[in-house]
Write a protein that binds this ligand. Structure first.
Ligand SMILES: Cc1cc2nc3c(=O)[nH]c(=O)nc-3n(C[C@H](O)[C@H](O)[C@H](O)COP(=O)(O)OP(=O)(O)OC[C@H]3O[C@@H](n4cnc5c(N)ncnc54)[C@H](O)[C@@H]3O)c2cc1C
Length: 386
């Protein structure tokens, strides 16, 4: 093991491995020494990623399943969301980790280290980024870090909601699902804790991932997730006989709190880099966009962009507005998403949630939610930024 590398990637999860895969896919990085550090072996099926996209990206070969049509249910509106030109795609975590690890075996310039990172600093003498481990310090020109070292602590006027969810992959003996149609959001569940919905992602006539998701300030007692899943599978999916093949649990921060700031030597990526959309928790596609932009900057010999452009700043204002409305309980997510999907093309909503919509589309989407609720929230958030 060397003492110094061109690049060190700390945290080999979604963001670290996405960046690494992009480096491996480009000859520019062939002669760059790269060290990847993670405390875990990354050999567990710990999560499933879903996201929508128009064009295939680098992880297309491991897309496990895809849907062209999604259903939306709520007490006030239900409909089929036709999402073309997007497809909704699923990638399984373990397959993703294995795919990247296998590809890395063919690259002699990449080394892996299974160790816990204690901190990342700038070395005063050399100005190199230094990665501090329990038994040594390793240096690099740039460190790409996806480790959140500290708990997110929102300041006054900032919000932190937790998107927490439990999912079961269930299997039935008889054909019970349409593998071409997924349920994107089903709000026909008890909203007593706050914004709560189910989604159902069938991958065959007999198998589906059913996930119970909440946007609230604190977690539920463990049993509650299981009770809700059982009730939904019985009451809405009308299934009495099934086996639970696998389960996953996750927490994603939905926040507009300040995260540690990147510099040109220590670049934060992934959730630590603010790539989980504050109003939806979706992160996979934002991680892909950010890691692709980093690759472009490195190849062009340009500084990595650390500032928000106009469209990111505008999206942050929208996200903060939604967090404001949810945090102050001015309106529930069920009514908000129902109003948005009822009055807009699903593809426009998806581009809005991707921070890629035009100002015209943004205004149309904003007009579909009650202005009496959203305008004061948006004004309050805007004032804080001025
Ligand atoms: C169960 C689950 C399902 C999700 N589903 C979706 C989805 O469908 N769509 C979507 O867009 N987003 C989803 N997300 C959100 C987001 O995409 C994921 O959390 C994603 O994995 C974030 O990538 P990351 O690289 O920031 O963090 P991670 O993938 O969690 O990677 C961080 C890495 O850092 C390592 N690490 C942590 N501390 C240390 C340390 N001190 N030293 C060394 N290594 C350390 C960890 O072992 C881990 O490998 C989901 C999240 C979860 C938890």
């Amino acid at each position: 093991m060397k003492q110094q590398y061109d690049y060190i990637i700390t945290g080999a999860g979604c963001a670290g491995m996405s960046l690494l895969m992009r480096m491996m896919s480009d000859d520019f990085f062939l002669d760059k020494s790269i060290l990847v550090i993670d405390a875990a072996e990354k050999n567990q099926p710990d999560r499933t990623w879903c996201f929508w996209e128009k064009q295939p990206d680098i992880f297309e070969p491991i897309v496990h399943h895809r849907w062209k049509s999604l259903d939306f249910f709520s007490p006030t509106y239900a409909g089929e969301l036709s999402i073309a030109p997007y497809e909704y795609k699923m990638i399984q975590g373990l397959q993703f980790y294995t795919y990247v690890q296998e590809a890395a075996k063919k690259h002699s310039n990449i080394e892996w280290l299974n160790a816990a990172v204690v901190s990342i600093e700038i070395d005063a003498a050399t100005e190199l980024a230094s990665v501090v481990l329990a038994d040594r310090t390793i240096y690099a020109t740039k460190v790409f870090n996806s480790i959140l070292f500290n708990e997110i602590k929102p300041a006054a006027n900032e919000y932190l909601l937790l998107q927490h969810f439990k999912g079961w992959v269930i299997k039935t003996d008889t054909a019970s699902f349409d593998k071409d149609r997924a349920v994107f959001m089903d709000f026909r569940v008890n909203q007593q804790y706050g914004t709560t919905f189910m989604y159902v992602l069938p991958t065959s006539a007999n198998t589906a991932l059913v996930e119970y998701t909440l946007f609230t300030e604190s977690l539920l007692p463990k049993d509650e997730y299981d009770h809700a899943l059982k009730a939904y599978i019985s009451n809405e999916l009308k299934l009495s006989s099934y086996t639970v093949e696998h389960e996953e649990f996750g927490i994603i921060p939905m926040t507009n709190a300040q995260l540690p700031k990147s510099t040109q030597s220590i670049v934060f990526i992934g959730i630590a880099g603010g790539q989980a959309k504050a109003s939806s928790g979706y992160a996979f596609k934002f991680i892909q966009k950010r890691t692709a932009a980093i690759i472009d900057a490195l190849k062009a010999g340009k500084p990595i962009s650390l500032k928000n452009n106009f469209s990111a700043a505008k999206a942050q204002l929208y996200d903060s507005t939604l967090l404001h409305v949810l945090h102050h309980k001015k309106m529930g997510g069920a009514e908000i998403f129902a109003a948005i999907f009822k009055h807009n093309k699903a593809a426009d909503v998806l581009s809005f949630l991707d921070n890629e919509s035009s100002l015209f589309t943004d205004l149309k989407i904003m007009r579909s939610v009650p202005t009496g609720v959203f305008l004061p929230a948006a004004m309050a958030e805007l004032k804080l930024r001025m």
